[in-house]
Design a protein around this ligand. Structure first.
Ligand code: GLA
Length: 396
């Protein structure tokens, strides 16, 4: 969206007299491989997208924070001394959670503020619209009111805490980290145990990444997500009967298999096997990419999906159908679900000249089998959170 259009919308809602708002942007992300490993201290390999969330902000003399979004009808005006408030399941809980975390570290919102959000990431598609709203808010607060108190890593962690404690989703660090640190033409190889990371060039010569949206509403996704986390914690507890284990990410597949029968429940054993094997696939995929072995990268994507389907059980009919149909198309190197699962999107590595056929065939077959119309986006790998320079907000 053109920023001029956003500014006009801002003026329509809040008036022109206060002057030009400042504009910030944070992207969404797509994870290429390494799924449900982040909260287990494992590896992930996401990249930031060209899509994201814009935030327009202006200070005012009226002592309240005003929230509005071009994506949702819900708006709110909250007096400064009432911050933070929780509003049912409304979208403002994401920025509110971020304000709450800043307040805890001694950075309150000091003055009236008008906020307008606009996102072009499909909502609820597993492309991190939540992390995008959180991080764009945090970046703004840190810069405008926090005197740059936090560095980028601290900011990612603050946003994760906001989601864990205010929104109530026990997410890992991948999404917030990816949308802050993303860089054009690169994916981020992140060790979620110590947050060491490496930007790896994504050389997609003759290839494309297609994101396919199931358009299935992600019912119960948050509670199922928290349930999987619980199962991983149980696995670690039980493995500790055999030897000290801090998290599943520290085990190789061979080391895990040696002690896996200390886990009493077969389902929990499968969950742990997914995490440990996925971690290895993520490492192998990065090696393949660095060696320009895209065929191998694609095969690892396929195996990742199969493990998420059979061992971690977070796929479901719609995601599995999209992946199955994708794999039938000549020119597809690999296809897998991306993000938390239970609906949302798949990501497919495909030869550029097969994209048209893919969209036509997979679209038709998916619709025939599920009754849903999918959406397709050719992923455009973008940069992380930033201020979009315009005229500065005269009210500071
Ligand atoms: C969601 C969470 C992430 C990560 C993925 C699964 O996107 O927010 O932290 O756990 O699911 O890999």
């Amino acid at each position: 969206m053109e920023t001029d259009n956003l500014v006009s919308e801002f003026y329509q809602r809040y008036g022109k007299a206060g002057g030009m708002p400042r504009i910030y942007f944070s992207p969404g992300r797509v994870n290429l491989i390494g799924e449900h490993t982040d909260y287990n201290g494992g590896y992930v390999f996401p990249c930031a997208l060209g899509y994201g969330t814009y935030l327009l902000v202006r200070g005012t003399v009226s002592p309240e924070v005003r929230f509005a979004s071009m994506n949702f009808d819900f708006t709110a005006s909250v007096p400064l001394d009432k911050l933070p408030v929780k509003a049912g399941n409304e979208w403002i809980n994401y920025p509110m959670g971020v304000f709450n975390e800043f307040m805890k570290i001694g950075v309150p919102i000091p003055k009236g503020t008008e906020l307008l959000y606009y996102g072009d990431i499909p909502d609820g598609a597993g492309l991190s619209s939540s992390a995008s709203i959180e991080t764009v808010t945090a970046y703004m607060v840190n810069l405008k009111y926090g005197n740059n108190l936090l560095d980028m890593k601290e900011m990612a962690l603050l946003c994760q805490r906001a989601e864990n404690s205010f929104v109530g989703v026990n997410c890992g660090i991948m999404d917030q980290f990816a949308v802050i640190f993303g860089q054009e033409h690169h994916a981020i190889f992140l060790n979620c145990d110590n947050l060491d990371h490496e930007l790896v060039p994504l050389k997609l010569e003759g290839l494309k990444l297609i994101i396919s949206n199931t358009n299935k509403k992600r019912q119960l996704a948050d509670s199922k997500y928290n349930e999987r986390r619980g199962e991983c914690e149980t696995a670690v507890e039980e493995l500790n009967k055999a030897r000290p284990v801090r998290n599943l990410g520290e085990l190789s597949l061979a080391a895990y298999e040696e002690i896996s029968d200390h886990i009493s429940n077969e389902t929990v054993q499968k969950r742990a096997r997914h995490v440990v094997s996925e971690d290895q696939r993520c490492i192998d995929a990065v090696t393949a990419l660095k060696g320009n072995d895209m065929e191998q990268f694609g095969k690892l994507m396929d195996r990742s999906h199969d493990s998420l389907r059979d061992d971690y059980e977070v796929t479901g009919f719609e995601l599995d159908t999209l992946v199955e149909e994708a794999r039938k198309i000549e020119g597809v190197l690999g296809s897998r679900m991306t993000g938390a699962g239970f609906g949302g999107c798949t990501v497919t590595l495909i030869k550029e000249n097969a994209v048209g056929k893919f969209i036509e065939k997979v679209g038709a077959e998916y619709k025939r089998k599920t009754g849903l119309k999918p959406d397709f986006y050719v992923a455009d790998v973008g940069n992380g959170v930033r201020e979009i320079k315009g005229k500065p907000d005269p009210s500071g």
